[in-house]
Design a protein around this ligand. Structure first.
Ligand SMILES: NC(=O)c1ccc[n+]([C@@H]2O[C@H](COP(=O)([O-])OP(=O)(O)OC[C@H]3O[C@@H](n4cnc5c(N)ncnc54)[C@H](OP(=O)(O)O)[C@@H]3O)[C@@H](O)[C@H]2O)c1
Length: 213
């Protein structure tokens, strides 16, 4: 399977690309800075220079993919404007690219709280609104979507176990476990396509968590 990960130099994305490459899948990361390419190549992944904000049309960036994962983000240091151009705009451009190229499968890294941005507080609201709008565009796109809404991300090592579902409560999760869930979501399409779920660290092995959705 060939998988394109948007935001390919991101921390979650690098784990995803490594996991895919390790098991022999084609792992392609969309990056905006060509200097980041060697870091992806060291993992066995391919780098495609593709700035999600500068380009209007991402079709050429995703051409032969079987599945897309959106893992980009403007980041905590950015203002509301870049939440619109990256977290929302980039994700929507990737939906458009999937439609144009006929790629059916799209897994979104959203965020816990995107189901109710109003509850997120003033500082988080622009981010959660951007995530919520992107999720809605994807959910209405007709694509085979999965929307994953993790709690706070940490750099702790993977545990291999999570809590996934509509009512998992608030909590943290290592980025490496999020990455493993994104890959497992691709493997368990029969359970994950058309689903939106929250995700935090937990006790259920990841494959079992996906099968239990
Ligand atoms: N932090 C949290 O607690 C939390 C919680 C829930 C969900 N999330 C979401 O989880 C996802 C992954 O998080 P993360 O920690 O892995 O994020 P990250 O390390 O900040 O990675 C985001 C990536 O997006 C890339 N990017 C930004 N603008 C771009 C553009 N115009 N074109 C192409 N790439 C662009 C960045 O590129 P550069 O490397 O060039 O800067 C970066 O590599 C994000 O969507 C985030 O919103 C985060």
């Amino acid at each position: 399977m060939n998988v394109v990960v948007a935001g390919g130099h991101g921390q979650v994305a690098l784990h995803v690309l490594r996991l895919l490459a390790e098991r022999g899948d084609g792992a392609y990361g969309l990056i905006r800075n060509p200097d980041h390419a060697p870091e992806l190549e060291r993992l066995g992944a391919h780098a495609v220079v593709c700035d999600l904000e500068e380009k209007d049309n991402l079709a050429a960036c995703v051409a032969d993919a079987d599945a897309l994962i959106f893992a980009a983000g403007a980041g905590t240091g950015s203002g509301p404007e870049r939440k619109r151009t990256v977290d929302l705009g980039g994700a929507v451009k990737l939906v458009d690219a999937a439609r144009v190229t006929g790629i059916r499968r799209y897994v979104m890294v959203s965020a816990m709280g995107a189901g109710d941005p109003e509850a997120g507080g003033e500082q988080m609201r622009p981010y959660l609104e951007a995530k919520a709008e992107a999720d809605e565009v994807l959910a209405r796109s007709g694509l085979d979507f999965t929307i994953v809404r993790p709690g706070a991300l940490t750099d702790e090592p993977a545990t291999g176990a999570v809590a996934a579902g509509p009512d998992v409560g608030r909590g943290e999760i290592p980025r490496e476990d999020v990455a493993a869930v994104l890959v497992a979501a691709l493997d368990h399409g029969e359970k994950t396509i058309g689903r939106t779920f929250n995700l935090i660290g937990g006790q259920t092995p990841i494959d079992e968590a996906m099968r239990s959705l």
